[in-house]
Design a protein around this ligand. Structure first.
Ligand SMILES: Cc1cc2nc3c(=O)[nH]c(=O)nc-3n(C[C@H](O)[C@H](O)[C@H](O)COP(=O)(O)OP(=O)(O)OC[C@H]3O[C@@H](n4cnc5c(N)ncnc54)[C@H](O)[C@@H]3O)c2cc1C
Ligand code: FES
Length: 244
């Protein structure tokens, strides 16, 4: 874990309530896709965790949805302003277990960590497929960035206003041979994915957090192998250890 000041390079609206923030700073503690940063915000006691969407040298990309005071404050930030970040938090996804053709499934703001994960898997010579799930057409973001990676991609919307109609699991059931699943999104989605596939996988949980680095036990959750801190031994858990 590292603590450091990051400078906002740009902060743009992707949909009516989802923003992309690019920051410059010391990213050396970030070692895996699926890790997160914890952001200090003015007047708020607890830092706010956001997944790493991409990292390239000193450039860090975050995608966040405005849901409350912290993310609203972030949405008002402009180029040149600074943020205090804890980086390199969480275990992240283990890419050694993926096999050659893993499926990556992101729902809503669970989509961003799948982007760095897809890049990592491609760099290892693997052929990932991504399924990105949204409620409706106006919620869709990052489709062109995923397409630019040249991977198989399916965008789904629950109401059918864009892409494939239905839930990510409807598309997953139609996927041919795949070797592994990686997912991030709301817990009901993760649970549905778990039930829809026999294949092993890793699931990322967005538990409410206190400290974010293993000190307060505020994020403990029960697994088949005892309690684990989602911020430290997670947020990524293996399918076989999850107690739903
Ligand atoms: C490991 C991890 C990675 C995350 N990655 C992302 C990401 O990449 N992009 C993104 O947009 N969000 C992400 N989140 C969720 C994000 O941390 C919260 O939305 C944020 O902290 C809300 O802060 P706030 O001050 O704006 O809202 P608050 O005022 O704190 O809360 C506003 C509302 O959001 C709900 N809420 C807050 N935190 C969570 C949470 N963790 N899970 C579910 N509901 C919550 C509250 O119950 C409340 O209803 C992640 C969370 C975790 C734990
Ligand atoms: S948030 Fe403090 S231990 Fe996880």
């Amino acid at each position: 874990m590292k603590k450091g000041l990051f400078t906002v390079k740009n902060n743009e609206e992707l949909t009516s309530d989802v923003y992309k923030m690019m920051l410059i700073g010391d990213t050396s503690a970030i070692t895996a896709a699926g890790q997160f940063v914890n952001i200090e915000l003015e007047g708020l006691y607890l830092r706010r965790p956001i997944s790493v969407c991409d990292v390239n040298g000193t450039l860090l990309t975050l995608i966040y949805k405005v849901v409350g005071k912290g993310t609203e404050q972030m949405s008002r930030m402009t180029k040149g302003e600074t943020l205090d970040l804890l980086t390199g938090l969480g275990n992240g996804y283990d890419t050694s277990k993926s096999g050659n053709m893993p499926v990556l499934i992101g729902g809503g703001v669970g989509v961003p960590p799948m982007y760095l994960l897809a890049k990592k898997l491609i760099s290892q010579g693997k052929r990932p497929t991504a399924i990105l799930g949204f409620n409706t057409k106006s919620d869709v973001f990052y489709e062109s960035e995923f397409r630019a990676l040249g991977i198989e991609l399916v965008v789904t919307t629950v109401d059918g206003s864009y892409g494939a109609k239905g839930f990510v699991t409807d598309t997953l059931k139609e996927c041919g041979d795949y070797t592994y699943t990686y997912s991030c999104g709301p817990e009901p989605m993760l649970k549905a994915i778990c039930g829809a596939t026999e294949t092993d996988g890793q699931y990322s949980f967005e538990e409410r957090m206190g400290c974010g680095f293993g000190a307060c036990m505020g994020c403990s959750c029960k697994t088949k192998y005892g309690y684990k801190r989602i911020c430290k031994e997670g947020p990524v858990l293996e399918k076989g250890e999850i107690v739903w």
